[in-house]
Design a protein around this ligand. Structure first.
Ligand code: PHB
Length: 443
């Protein structure tokens, strides 16, 4: 595989280096490595309206429009030309490992299919979004207008994903979300071009709330980062508790991605609660679980949460995570044949165990493959492409799933307990759970 690194800031360039990985499309490496392309990119960014963008993706009219606006372009849908997939993910910061897992598994599926989907080679373009919502619109622009991505896959952070959703809605470009759980993407902002292979923030937390209430707990608090994922998972937890006759007493939050948990931990014993639920992920989750144990709270107030709290983090959390219960659409010890094969293949490729992020990235590639196969690689056949994706039954390592009207997985939420370094599935917290999809007009 050819690989190019762009590391000089161009006119519209985000400050971090961007990795361009070209499978069969070595020509893109050439096109992307000089001043010439940076100038074209800048020009396209400035000149290209949404409508012109649509045209450049379609037929002769598109080619003519693009030639007028931005100089040389190539036909996008031509057979044999690569499908350009823009992977916008965090490769630095607290969610860096999550982005790496998604990418490795996405590439794993591509490799299993000989680097082709729908009969066309696939070129992957990686962009580090740093989980920074402020930089997201510019990063999306860069992928679409400069790197000429045909398909977007991203991202992890619920704030950052909004720029991707907006672009997919406005330009009709297919978007597959391999993690970010922002509920709006499956509710009021649902769209025929927006798909998710992960979860809505509401789903795992709802399962956890229900499972906690079933143990007899009546009053609990939610601790999280103060952004969409924290807030929405808190709502899921509240709804799950309520369904089981229990109550969410308080939500305590700190800014993302801060990890000074002490002021919050100090408040918990005074709240009159019996348990604590939490949403944190990646490096922040490692720190929170350790700090919670170090504060001596484990015995007084059992800790639980959305499964990200202990996902891909157990080695770093060590004994502090032992016994922590979480709910998620994945877990260790799932007797799914696909899972056994997937875990072995992922370990061989990445040199570490698969986690839920890897599963979601793998399924993003599977979903894209289902769509592209249905239209034989013709991205201009977008209605048929979207219909095939909407109707897909994905043979996932988590177990097969279909998509709801809002294009979000309908899936089991498992109850897990951290034991000896793995998240052992100990039950089903909510079976075939769909996000409520409130406000989505799709059917
Ligand atoms: C999110 O921001 O939606 C998010 C981030 C990390 C996770 C889960 C959800 O592990």
């Amino acid at each position: 595989m050819a690989e190019c690194v762009l590391d000089g800031p161009g006119p519209m360039m985000h400050s971090r280096p961007i990795l361009i990985q070209g499978g069969v499309a070595a020509h893109r490496c050439h096109a992307a490595d000089g001043d010439r392309t940076i100038k074209y990119g800048a020009l396209r960014n400035i000149l290209m309206s949404d409508e012109a963008y649509r045209l450049t993706r379609r037929g002769l009219g598109g080619l003519a429009a693009a030639a007028l606006l931005a100089g040389p372009v190539q036909a996008q849908g031509a057979k044999g030309t690569p499908v350009r997939v823009g992977l916008m993910l965090p490769y630095s910061g607290t969610f860096a490992q999550l982005g790496e897992s998604i990418t490795a598994a996405f590439e794993l599926h591509l490799a299993e299919r000989g680097g082709q989907l729908g009969g066309r080679p696939v070129t992957v373009i990686k962009l580090d979004d740093q989980s920074d919502p402020a930089a997201a619109p510019q990063n999306v622009n860069r992928l679409l207008n400069r790197e000429k991505a045909d398909v977007l896959v991203g991202t992890v952070h619920s704030g950052v994903v909004m720029a991707l959703v907006q672009a997919a809605r406005e330009k009709g470009v297919p978007l597959i979300i391999p993690n970010a759980g922002n509920v709006a993407a499956s509710r009021e902002l649902c769209s025929e071009s927006v798909f998710r292979t992960s979860f809505s923030n509401w789903q795992p937390a709802y399962g956890m709330g229900r499972a906690l209430a079933a143990t007899g707990v009546k009053r609990a608090a939610w601790v999280t980062w103060d952004y969409a994922a924290g807030k929405e998972s808190g709502e899921g937890f509240r709804d799950g508790l309520k369904a089981g006759g229990a109550e969410l007493i308080q939500v305590l939050a700190l800014p993302f991605p801060e990890t000074n948990f002490q002021p919050i931990l100090a408040q918990l014993p005074g709240l009159g609660i019996e348990a604590v639920g939490a949403f944190f992920a990646g490096g922040g989750a490692v720190q929170f679980v350790r700090d919670y144990a170090a504060a001596g709270l484990r015995d007084k107030l059992p800790l639980c949460g959305s499964g990200f709290l202990t996902e891909g983090t157990l080695t770093a959390q060590g004994a502090a995570a032992e016994g922590v219960r979480t709910a998620l659409h994945y877990g260790d010890g799932l007797e799914v044949p696909k899972n056994i094969a997937f875990r072995k293949a992922f370990r061989d490729k990445a040199g570490r165990d698969a986690d839920v992020y890897a599963v979601q990235g793998y399924d993003a590639a599977q979903l894209l493959g289902t769509g592209l196969d249905a239209v034989k690689g013709d991205l201009d056949a977008d209605k048929a492409l979207f219909a095939a994706m909407r109707g897909a039954r994905i043979d996932s390592p988590r177990g097969a799933f279909t998509l709801s009207a809002g294009h979000n997985p309908v899936q089991n939420i498992y109850l897990r307990e951290a034991r000896g370094g793995s998240n052992q599935v100990i039950g089903v917290a909510a079976e075939a759970l769909a996000d409520p999809g409130t406000g989505c007009k799709l059917t």
